[in-house]
Design a protein around this ligand. Sequence first.
Ligand code: ADP
Ligand code: MG
Length: 327
Amino acid sequence: MSNVKDMRIFAAEQIEVPDLFPGILKNFIKEVIRRQPQEQDQVSFSRQYFEDLLKERGYFDAPVREKVEFTTKEFYLSHQLKFKETYKMGETIGYGGLSTSRKCYHRLTGEVRAVKVTKKEDLEYGERQKLLEQIEILKELDHPSICRVIDIFEDKKKFYFVQEYLSGGGLFNSMITNVGFTENASAQILKQVLSAVAYLHSKKIAHRDIHPENILFESNDALNVKLLDFGNSRRMGENEAMHGVYGTAYYVAPEVLVGNYTEKCDLWSVGIILYMLLSGKPPFNGTSDVQILEEVRKGQYEITGGAWDQISDSAKDLVTKMLTSDP
Ligand SMILES: Nc1ncnc2c1ncn2[C@@H]1O[C@H](COP(=O)(O)OP(=O)(O)O)[C@@H](O)[C@H]1O
Ligand SMILES: [Mg+2]
């Protein structure tokens, strides 16, 4: 058994451990390997064996399946060609907590694309589950205002999400350089974002991390934007409420902070973006995330004076409607 990481993830699936387990699972699997060192593709363990091991580490109630089997082979989604055979890797265009985005070039056509690369070793069990869930969601998405994922590769060490390359830069940068878009430009951008969000919600998908760095301009010469980054997105059941706290301080909805919310939390985030497009400032501000979140909880913001004097009542009315907790 050479692949400790994959065994760890597979073991986690088999034991149905809660998310807080993966830290201990790593050591735990190493120990399994130490005790059972044969190099073979398939190894089975009894439930008792796992329960004993877990108990030794102070976990008494973990549900373990009858029989725990590892196969190293079944971890890899099959793919005819490897990423590197199909694309030439280019320069880095973005860093995130779990992944790096880079430009890449199709070897046959020369077409420029973007690829988001995630190292498996950086993923804890819960994160890997989220990534697999994300793949299922991405496969289903097809909308003009959502960045298209063209291909997904997986090899021993990494996942590669190949996407269309959006050359116009992030909405965030444009906000900083433009300081207040015109009402007309704001409306054009908002319409596209809302259409993407409506599409997602019609499929019962919540994005949960809408902010201006996840909205990119398709090119420099028009206001066409696309939403991307489905790293926190989630497919919901009928009438299901969500509880996990995700998002980015300035844009997170108050009901998310309370830990009981629906896909409507995305509309709040879009409302914040609209507020910022029109006025050039965030409605809830502070010098730290804690302070910003405190303001979000209070929910009080200014929509008069300064830039707002030039803005139409209907635009203000829309901002107010969107910045309503659980609209
Ligand atoms: N398809 C793309 N075209 C152009 N730039 C991109 C693309 N995808 C990602 N980027 C750049 O990389 C950054 C991070 O990508 P994102 O998917 O949001 O990952 P993260 O989960 O790290 O936030 C983006 O904000 C953007 O600047
Ligand atoms: Mg992002």
